[in-house]
Design a protein around this ligand. Structure first.
Ligand code: NOJ
Length: 439
C-alpha cells in the first residue's frame, strides 16, 4: 500500500472493493486531500430550474427537448438540497438567473424571485453547505438579448448594476462568487460555431468584442464584490475558465498542428489575458477551472463525439471519450501547474465530470482526474475545492437531455421527474466523507 500524505492517515486496509466503492487494484494507493478541501457539486439555472424566460426558452435541442421544465428545480429546490445532503458535499456551485430578477435596465430586483433564492441559500446554510454563486452561465434577460447582448458595451454597465443590487442583498448569505462561467464557450458557441442562440457562425469580431466586454465586466464586478465583503466570511471572487487542450492527432500533419495552436491561442491564451491580464489579475481572488479534457485534430477534423463521431470508434483509435470529449487526466496536472506559475492564484476546480450511461467508466474517469489534481496539489498548487458536474442529470444545452452528467439520475420520461442516486453518487459520498481517494 502506498499512502500519499497531504494529511496523515492511520486507518488503511486493503479490500476487494476500495473505500470509494470502486473495484480496487492489487496495490492500493491512498491519496489524502487537504483538511479544508471543499468537495462539491455544480448546476446552472437554465439547465435545472425550468420556467425560465431567456434566449434558451424556445430552443429545441437535438434530442427534440427544451429547457422549459428541465429538472423543475424551480419548485423542487428543497428536495435538491436534500440530495446534496445525501451526497455529503460541503459546497454547492449554483447559479442565480439574471432574467428572473431584473426586468429592465437598472430596475429593482424582483422580490419574489429573490426570496426564493434566499430560501435556497438558507436551506444550504442549515445543511452546512457552502454556496458558490455563479452570476452568468450562458443566459441573459430578454431585454439584454434584444439590445445586442454582450456585443453592446451598455451590457457591461447593466451587468455591474445588477451585480451591485444582488450582492447588496446576498452578501449576508454568500462569500464565494463566480462572475462568468466559461466565457470562451459562450462566445464561441454563440458567434463562431452556431451552437447557442442566436446560432451565428464565423463572427470573429463578435467573439472578440464579447470576450473583451465580459473581461471588463468581470473586473468591475470583482472590485465591487471585494469592496462589499461578505457577512459570512472572507469574500472570494473569480471566473471559471474552461480549459480544453488542443492537439494534433498525428505528428506528421502540420495543418493539424497549426489548427491546434490557433485554437489554443484564441480560446485559451487570449481569453485568459482578457480576464487576468495586466492589472486585471489583481481583481480576482481565485481562478475557477472547468476541466474536461482535450480535442485532437486529424486532417482538420475534431476527433470528439460532439462532432458526430462514435465513442467506440474513437476508442479503437486510442481516443478515449465520454459522450462528448476526449478524456485527458494527465492534462489536468499540467494546466494546474502552469496556471499556478503564471498567476499564483488559488484555484477551485469549478467543474469536472463525464457524460455516460456507464458509471464504471465515469468512476475511472473521476479517479484518474482526481489523482492528477492531487499530484498538482503535492507540487504546491493551491487547489481549494472540486465541484462535480453535475448534481443532477440535466438539460445539456444544444444536446438536450441526452448527456447524462448527474451524480443523481432524473427520469425525464416520468412527469414527476423522480431523482435517484447513481452508483457514482454513492462513491462520491464516500470521497466527500473521508476526504481521501483510494486508487
Ligand atoms: C460546461 C458548462 O459550464 C456546463 O453548463 C455544461 O453542462 C458542462 N460543461 C458539460 O458540457
Amino acid at each position: 500500500m502506498i499512502v500519499s500524505d497531504l494529511e496523515p492517515t492511520d486507518d488503511l486496509r486493503g479490500a476487494a472493493r476500495d473505500r470509494n466503492g470502486f473495484h480496487n487494484a492489487r496495490q492500493e494507493t491512498v491519496l489524502n486531500f487537504p483538511r479544508h478541501f471543499l468537495w462539491g457539486a455544480a448546476t446552472a439555472p437554465t439547465q435545472i430550474e425550468g420556467h425560465v424566460q431567456n434566449e434558451w426558452t424556445n430552443v429545441v435541442a437535438r434530442d427534440g427537448n427544451t429547457c422549459r421544465l428541465a429538472c423543475d428545480s424551480y419548485h423542487r429546490y428543497a428536495e435538491d438540497v436534500e440530495w446534496l445532503v445525501k451526497l455529503g458535499v460541503k459546497a454547492y456551485r449554483m447559479g442565480v438567473e439574471w432574467s428572473r430578477l431584473q426586468s429592465a435596465p437598472g430596475a429593482a430586483l424582483n422580490q419574489k424571485e429573490l426570496a426564493r433564492y434566499c430560501d435556497l441559500l438558507d436551506r444550504l446554510k442549515q445543511a452546512g453547505i457552502e454556496p458558490m454563486v455563479v452570476l452568468h452561465h450562458f443566459s441573459n434577460p430578454p431585454w439584454i438579448t434584444a439590445s445586442g447582448g454582450w456585443l453592446n458595451r451598455k451590457t457591461v454597465d447593466a451587468f455591474v448594476d445588477y451585480v451591485g443590487k444582488l450582492v447588496g442583498v446576498l452578501r449576508g448569505h454568500v462569500r464565494l462568487w463566480n462572475t462568468f462561467n466559461e466565457p470562451d464557450t459562450y462566445a464561441s458557441n454563440t458567434y463562431l460555431l452556431g451552437e447557442f442562440p442566436p446560432f451565428l457562425k464565423r463572427r470573429f469580431l463578435a467573439f472578440r468584442t464579447v470576450i473583451a466586454n465580459m473581461g471588463e465586466a468581470h473586473e468591475r464586478a470583482c472590485r465591487f464584490i471585494r469592496a462589499q465583503g461578505s457577512e459570512v466570511g472572507p469574500v472570494g471572487v473569480g471566473f471559471s475558465k474552461n480549459w480544453t487542450w488542443f492537439h494534433p492527432f498525428r505528428n506528421t500533419t502540420p495543418w493539424d498542428h497549426c489548427l491546434a495552436a490557433m485554437c489554443d491561442a484564441i480560446f485559451n491564451q487570449w481569453v485568459l489575458r482578457a480576464f487576468l491580464g495586466g492589472r486585471r489579475k489583481d481583481a480576482s481572488t481565485f481562478l475557477g477551472l472547468n476541466y474536461y479534457g482535450r480535442v485532437r485534430f486529424a486532417n482538420l477534423r475534431a476527433l470528439v463525439p460532439v462532432n458526430g463521431l462514435c465513442p467506440q470508434r474513437l476508442a479503437g483509435m486510442g481516443v478515449v471519450c465520454d459522450d462528448m470529449f476526449e478524456r485527458h487526466p494527465g492534462g489536468l496536472e499540467t494546466i494546474l501547474k502552469r496556471l499556478h506559475r503564471r498567476y499564483g492564484l488559488p484555484v477551485y476546480l469549478t467543474e469536472h465530470g463525464a457524460a455516460s450511461a456507464d458509471d464504471e467508466f465515469r468512476a475511472r474517469d473521476l479517479k484518474e482526474n482526481l489523482a492528477a489534481l492531487h499530484r498538482a496539489i503535492s507540487h504546491g498548487v493551491d487547489v481549494r475545492g472540486f465541484f462535480y458536474w453535475s448534481l443532477l442529470d440535466n438539460f445539456e444545452w444544444q444536446f438536450g437531455f441526452s448527456k447524462k452528467f448527474g451524480l443523481i439520475a432524473v427520469d425525464f420520461s416520468d412527469a414527476k421527474l423522480p431523482r435517484k442516486m447513481k452508483p457514482l453518487g454513492h462513491a462520491y459520498r464516500t470521497l466527500c466523507q473521508e476526504n481521501r481517494l483510494t486508487l
